[in-house]
Every structure is written in C-alpha cells, then in structure tokens.
Design a binder for this molecule. Structure first.
Ligand SMILES: *[C@@H]1O[C@H](CO)[C@@H](O)[C@H](O)[C@H]1NC(C)=O
Ligand SMILES: *[C@@H]1O[C@H](CO)[C@@H](O)[C@H](O)[C@H]1NC(C)=O
Length: 390
C-alpha cells in the first residue's frame, strides 16, 4: 500500500483507494512483495495476490497540455468508475511543435531529438504521479499505427523517405531509432511500480495511414518484429510486463469474417506464443470492422474466442479497447457479461472522459463522462470482476 500513503493530498482519494483497492491487507504474503504487477498463468498478480485488471483508456491525459489538477481529476474519474488500471500514450512524434501540446520526440531532417524537459518526459512524470496518487496502474503504448501523434509513419518517412508503412517493422535504421526512443522512455520508469506494462504500439498493422506497403508484409513480419522488440525491452527492464497493443486479429485465411482473416498482418495466437510477450491484447469495434448485422452478438463471440486463446496459451488476455457509438448500455452489458462468464482476464473501455477545468476532454463519440449512463455500468462491472478474483 505504500503508493497510497505517499500522497497526502486528497483524503477522500486515500479512503477510496484503501476501500476499493485490489491489494489486500494481507499479513501472510505468499510471494515476493515488490509491488510490480506480474502474471501467473491466466491471472495478473500483485505481491502474490490476484490483481484485477479493469478500467479505461485515457490517451489524452498527457497530451492535452493539462495541469496537475486536471490530470488528477482525470484519474479520480477513472478510479471512481472502479478501475484499477488505465491505458495511455507514451509517445508523440512531432515535426512541428504545437504551443501547449506536450511531445516526447521531435524530428528534423531525419534526426530525432528526445524531449526530456517540462513539455516532454517531465510532463509524463506528472501523468505517472497523478495515476499513482489515485492507486491506478498504467499500461503505456510506445508508438502508434495511426498518424495521430506522429507514430510509425514519422519514423519511416523521416528515416527512409518512403511511404511504405511496413518499413517500420523491417528497416534497420527505423528499428534502431525506435529502440533508442523506447530505451530512453523505459529506463526512465524502470523502477516505477505504477507502470503495469509496456506496449510496443497501438494497433500495429501492415498498412498504416499512408495505406501503402512494400507488398511483402505478412503476419510473420509483425510477429518477428514483436519478438525482437519485446526481447529488447526485457533486456533493459526486467520489472515490467510487455504486450503488443494490437487489435487481436486472427490469421485464419478463408474465414468469412474479415477480422479473422489475417489480412491486417496480425496473428493473435502466434503473437501470444512469443516468450517475451506476457499478456495478450485485443480490441473490439465491430461496426468499424464492417460487422454491422449484429455487432453485439459478434462481439460476444470475439470475446469467447479470445478467451479460448487465453486458455490455450495459459497467459492473461485483456480486451483493452472496445466501443460502439449507439446502444452503448445494452451492448456493454452483453460484452461485460461475456467477459465475466468466459473468464477473460480483464478489460479496459474506450474511453474515459472528464469535465476538466479547461472544458470537457475530447468526445470521439465513445467517451464516457462520470454523468454518462454507462458510468454506473462500469462501476458494477468492476465490482463484479474484483469479487470474482477474491
Ligand atoms: C533502478 O534501480 C536500480 C537497482 O536499484 C538502480 O541501479 C537504477 O539506477 C535505478 N534506475 C532508476 C532510473 O531509478
Ligand atoms: C492505421 O492507420 C490507417 C488510417 O490512418 C488505417 O488505414 C489502418 O487501418 C490503421 N490501422 C489500425 C490498426 O488502426
């Protein structure tokens, strides 16, 4: 519990962290008490007890130029939804800086410069401190498939001049630059227990925003890259878990449903089998993926199929992003039930929202503010997930 005692700012925060905490006041601890989240079979553990991974995404908390009070409010809203865990972005690659928007690496003529200052990694220090003050563990993605916040295409275009998105996974100069960034980021937080784990990228795919590839990218390309990069992180950080951050697509050519066909370059089962990948991740956006006939039912099957993979590999799997923009309450009820009934390890909704002093956080159609009808559903689900793990 030391992280909840070290804050001393908000009394109600502390009281809630204690009463809602997944950590047990356990006098006979079974295992090492090092305060890092680990895995054991299909569960996450903390100091020998099961740690329930449930919560929300908040990519924006470190990338909107927020002050510490608003960062704290963002995590208070997440915690009060019952969350133990939040997922956020540990990257912003820029070629032009934007006033007031933090960035962690800037690029000029193919040369990257890591920003260690107040608008850079010192800003991420504040994100970590705000999460810690609220007893929330962080899953941090280290780059993006999408061109939002720079991502993979910035590396590729700056270093190779090519629009081929998949060079991110194979070009030696790109791999070396990405490793350099990852090393600076990961080493800074190597002893920080608030970090639950690192993710190689948000939603890696063969095709990125440019839509262009070399024509040779396949699931093997990304599996090889994930092996190499996850082993690299393990070589510099033995404290934290590592995952990919992908959407969990299957590689079953001939399957009638696109997310099962392997066409985006992801083979969920092959990736989960990698030794240096500690847990599996998948996303669920049936409407965005063209599964419009029965998005709710399609999602239930997607959850059950990922639970099957989880049990085959005997590693935790989390549905780390999911969303619909219509019929949210009934759809999320069905999906939350499917998570509980199947035995899937955990889930994080896309996405948390807050009414900040600067105005509302960005609403992309999926955002759940504390006064949204989905918010009490999140609370109920988090309580049920914790109760199951007791
Ligand atoms: C992390 O802890 C190790 C072992 O105690 C120490 O050698 C290292 O300097 C620490 N790193 C940071 C960034 O605090
Ligand atoms: C990556 O970005 C582009 C759009 O900008 C999109 O075509 C592609 O599907 C994206 N992949 C993922 C996984 O989001």
């Amino acid at each position: 519990m030391r992280y909840t005692f070290s804050l001393g700012i908000y009394i109600s925060t502390i009281v809630q962290a204690i009463t809602a905490s997944p950590i047990q006041w356990n006098t006979q601890r079974l295992d090492v008490t090092d305060d890092y989240v680990k895995t054991s079979g299909q569960t996450f553990t903390l100091n020998g007890n099961t740690f329930t991974v449930v919560g929300a995404n908040t990519y924006w908390v470190g990338l909107s130029g927020l002050g510490v009070d608003d960062m704290n409010l963002a995590f208070v809203d997440i915690k009060n939804a019952g969350a133990t865990t939040a997922r956020t972005w540990g990257f912003n690659e820029v070629t032009n800086t934007e006033e007031g928007i933090p960035y962690y690496q800037s690029w000029s003529d193919g040369v990257p410069t890591i920003n260690y200052g107040p608008t850079g990694l010192e800003n991420f220090d504040k994100v970590v401190a705000a999460a810690k003050a609220n007893g929330i563990r962080l899953i941090v993605a280290l780059t993006n498939n999408w061109s939002d916040y720079g991502g993979m295409d910035t590396y590729v275009s700056q270093l190779t001049g090519s629009p081929n998105h998949d060079y991110f996974y194979t070009d030696a100069s790109v791999i070396s630059a990405f490793k350099n960034y990852v090393q600076a980021f990961v080493e800074r937080y190597v002893n920080e227990t608030t970090i639950l784990g690192w993710e190689l990228a948000n939603e890696p795919r063969c095709k990125g925003s440019t839509g262009v590839t070399s024509g040779t990218c396949s699931t093997t390309t990304i599996t090889n890259w994930a092996s190499q990069m996850s082993a690299f992180i393990k070589s510099i950080d033995t404290n934290h878990l590592v995952a990919i951050g992908d959407e969990g697509f299957y590689n079953r050519p001939g399957n009638p449903s696109y997310p099962y066909q392997g066409s985006e370059g992801i083979d969920f089962d092959a990736n989960l089998a990698i030794d240096t990948i500690d847990f599996g991740t998948f996303h669920l956006y049936p409407v965005g993926w063209g599964q419009t006939a029965n998005p709710t039912g399609w999602g239930v099957q997607w959850i059950q199929d990922h639970f099957t993979s989880q049990s085959q590999q005997n590693k935790p799997v989390i549905m780390e992003e999911f969303g619909v923009t219509e019929s949210q309450v009934s759809t999320y009820q069905a999906w939350y039930s499917a998570v509980l009934d199947s035995g899937l390890t955990g889930d994080l909704i896309w996405q948390a929202g807050s009414h900040l002093s600067t105005g509302d956080s960005w609403d992309d159609g999926y955002t759940i503010y504390p006064d949204d009808p989905v918010y009490p559903l999140e609370q109920e689900h988090a309580a049920a997930m914790k109760a199951k793990n007791e």
